[in-house]
Design a protein around this ligand. Sequence first.
Ligand SMILES: Cc1cc2nc3c(=O)[nH]c(=O)nc-3n(C[C@H](O)[C@H](O)[C@H](O)COP(=O)(O)OP(=O)(O)OC[C@H]3O[C@@H](n4cnc5c(N)ncnc54)[C@H](O)[C@@H]3O)c2cc1C
Length: 405
Amino acid sequence: MIDLELTPDQNLLVDTVRDYMAKEFAPTIQDNDLNHFYDPNTFAKLSDLGLMGICFPEKYGGAGMDYVSLGLVSEELEYVDHSFRTIMSVHVGLCGCGLYIWGTEEQKQRLLRPLASGERFGAFGLTEPGAGSDVAAMQSTARRDGDSYILNGEKTWVSYADYADTFLLFAKTDPAAHHRGISAFVVHRDEAGPGFVTQPIKHKAGIHAGDTGSISLQDVRVPAANRLGEEGEGFVIAMSSLENGRYTVGAGACGTVRASLDYSVRYANQRQAFGQPIGRFQLVQQMIAKMYQRYEAGRLLYLKAGWLKNRGEPSNRAVSLAKWYCCDAAWDSASDAVEVHGAYGYSDEYPVFRYLRNAKAPVIYEGTREIHTMMQGEYALGYRTERPARKTLPAYRPDAEIALV
Ligand SMILES: Cc1cc2nc3c(=O)[nH]c(=O)nc-3n(C[C@H](O)[C@H](O)[C@H](O)COP(=O)(O)OP(=O)(O)OC[C@H]3O[C@@H](n4cnc5c(N)ncnc54)[C@H](O)[C@@H]3O)c2cc1C
């Protein structure tokens, strides 16, 4: 049996978020992007809507909705701008889901609840100046000292490093053990002391209405009670967190495809050339038809991944495929949208060049295009197999009341 219809709750959610984004954020986003301005009230506004704990049970401060809903909201946020969807990806997908899957009951109450309820803004620090795709090359260290760990090192390209309060960070407790020597820690900015310093990355090519920064860690003392999982489990925790972050990135990219399509259709019907709307030219139709094709295909891919998550089934392969396909689709669609707009597309008079500036980053982060291409090749060839993870998101149980307001 297959059912592609959204539930009434999911439809209500999409309508509510779409309407809210159109009224609250769409009118100012182009200016904010051009002025490199992140509105610091953004997180609180999204949180007031119940979105910052969307897929976590109410007992952990969340809205108790399902993982398909997480994808649908990611699409709606990115339809307006990447900077909004990025908040969902780092706060819910990477940091929150990491805690939900790997936290003890005590940690979920103490560390996940403030994230899910929006009291704290979560971020995720894995990348280092010399360690991106090659996670195990990280140099940051965590040395046990009584009831604490002392963290030293540097994280970079951390989305919302300058605004988040809670960080899921990774450092080596056993540097000689390669990826098996990495451990995961939850670090609170307000408890970390003066050795915890963040600063924005300058001259970023896009996502100007959102923040990306680096974190310097100098003898930062973290309680041992904030270590997630066992010592040496950090690599596995990072990969499982990334799987959920990637899901929101892939779903979000469909928002860029749809926004590129909507703007292109509107423009192609208005702009006249050779005595008729440019939409009458078959080569313009081809660009628009491909945007629609990419949207429909990409949406099915992320919905399938969300469906697997709802069932508690392994979804790594499906998520990787959705992330890879949808991010390429967003980049190609934004590029085509610029072309449909002609010279006006090559300016900030319309939002389509912003889409293009923004769309490159998701092709690079949360697993580059090349990494996902290799993963899919390995799955197809049987070198990599999809097997149940030791710990994963629990299957969705619709037993909690919807806490969306
Ligand atoms: C806007 C933005 C936000 C980000 N936010 C975060 C965040 O919140 N937290 C975080 O931890 N990180 C974040 N990142 C970092 C991101 O995850 C890394 O940039 C990404 O993992 C790639 O690492 P790298 O940049 O070091 O590139 P590299 O790993 O050095 O890759 C460079 C090139 O080599 C290719 N390559 C590398 N290894 C292989 C291989 N084995 N086979 C084939 N090709 C290969 C890559 O595909 C790429 O084309 C962000 C990045 C950006 C741009």
